[in-house]
Design a protein around this ligand. Sequence first.
Ligand code: ZN
Length: 655
Amino acid sequence: MITARLAVNGSTDWQIFVVKDSPPAVDFAAQELQRYVQQMSAASFRRVEKEEGKPVIVLGLRKTLSRRDRAVLASPAKGRDGYAITVRPADKGQTARIVIGADNERGAAYAVYDLLEKLGCRWFYPTEDPYDPEVVPRKRTLVLNAGSWASAAFVKHRICNGSEWFFEIDPVKALKQLDWAMKNRYNAMGWQCGHKNGLKAEYEHLRATGLLHELKRRGMYIHGPAHSFNLLLQAVDHMAGHPEWFGLRDGKRVPQNHLGAQFCWSNTGARKQFIANAREFIKDAEAIKIFCPIPFDGGIACACDECRKAGASNLLMTITGELTDMLAEARPDAILETTGGYGPTAEPPTGGGLHPKLRVIWAHWGRYHVCGYDDGAYDRRDNLEKWRKACRGGISLCQYYTDNFAEPWVIPPFAKTMLSDRKYFLRHRIDSVYMLMWPKDYWWNHTLNGYLAGRVFYDSSADPYDLIKDYAINYYGPGAGRHIAAYYTEWARDPELAYRVKNDTLPAHRAALSRQRKQYIDPAVKAAKNDPICSHRVGKVVKLHRLAEKLGDMYRQRDEIRALRARGKFARARVLLEKTQTYTDKLLDYFYELADLNQGLMDRKEVPWFIRITVKDWIEEERGKIKAGDTTIGHDAFAMPDETDVLPGEVVNQQ
Ligand SMILES: [Zn+2]
């Protein structure tokens, strides 16, 4: 194999030459290359203004490269944000040369990350856990194979709605997520504005904290401000003068909040003011390239006669049509989006006549990720198809692979669904994907999916199963990685297990969890034990797996209590119920314990609320039924449990 030696024993004579007048993002790419090479090998590439006959990395937009350099590159790959790289080792008196030609400014950074990955770097997680650094191997000699290749994204907008880009923004964490997103081939951040200050102030906060600068130097942009209708027609500004602009609920005009309603979308005066306010905001919010103001979350539509008659979907499409026209004039470089398939606009408008430029971000909240969009069995396929066909301006698909709120608490890699979803994207040339990451303190738990999706929706041939193997080996180390790769591959092939863990396990699921612990987790712990970083990382898998087993066992106990009750053995059921009551108290404590580690495994705020409901509410229900001498099992039981249904996972496993 012919190779180019970038550094030998910690030193290098390679130089970096950035083509003159390149956009700032190309410069950023060069800095990233210098930074990581130095971290890896202690060697530093010198930046030169003109070539000095030494080995050199030439970096620039393809169109600005010299004719000689352009000639050595592969033809541009079809798609967006692409790049080409040629690595030419020293040969017959010629000095070694690496040429990077980017199709646009972002392509340069993606090219550099590609090279760094070939040298062993990986960025699986944002650096939010101080004990879990980026994967940057220390090696004093750096070698690249000779070659020439080109790459490009098949999806135009790849939007990372990082959990730290919601509401009140912590700039340090938000920057870590932005940095991670660019490394993993996203090109935009999804921003959910805060609701405490005005919209302009919320946006200015992004500027003041340096986040807009960080986006700009990478060539990234913003999709947002998401749920914000309430800020674009504030009750505090307009309610006194124009109560009729606001939504009718139970006979009263009410502001836009959870107990209120959406504003009166059929009122032309209200809409006019709303559009004027939106214009005032967006004209200076230059980082927003996809302007997506959507109704405040969870609010009902106005109940006035006019609004009812027109229908919420139709009215929202009228408003967004008006917003689209406004945007074309105020910010011709930006595009407009609103939600579809979600909230007050679950169904596409019946009246037709969508603005031809209008885009929709279609979201399937609470999706069951067992089959993908391309699968005939996908339950929202009709709705998705209707919206896709109705939106001539295009559609963004909001993905929940990275959500632990409606999705499982111990989340599997959704590789299977991603592959089917990608087929749908390719078949219908969907040009935008939106990765919703939520809630904040689950960030480690769901980021593997964010990583996989970043790659799968950039490169149409990337295989998520290969990526899982690569992840496990590079992140946990080759010893433990082998076992963790097998573990996550199993979870990826059967994503239902994760839903069962959250909602209702059967004996087979508990047996699988117990077997996985012995087969994969225990050996991984052993293999990693002498490496503190790998051990720390394996520890996260261990903790989440333990949670899965504990939840599984809770359902076993519940089924045992139900089985006893169904047979009229109420006294025995009561005794068991008391034991389980203690068990579930401890289980909730375990949730808190995971949250308090601050490792991105669990969000503390979720525990007393949704998690508590799942873990505790059934206890009271059972207590009531035992008291009442009720022998019915209830509609949610899979079957009447018998004795073998209530054996612990360990025992079932050995049968
Ligand atoms: Zn109304």
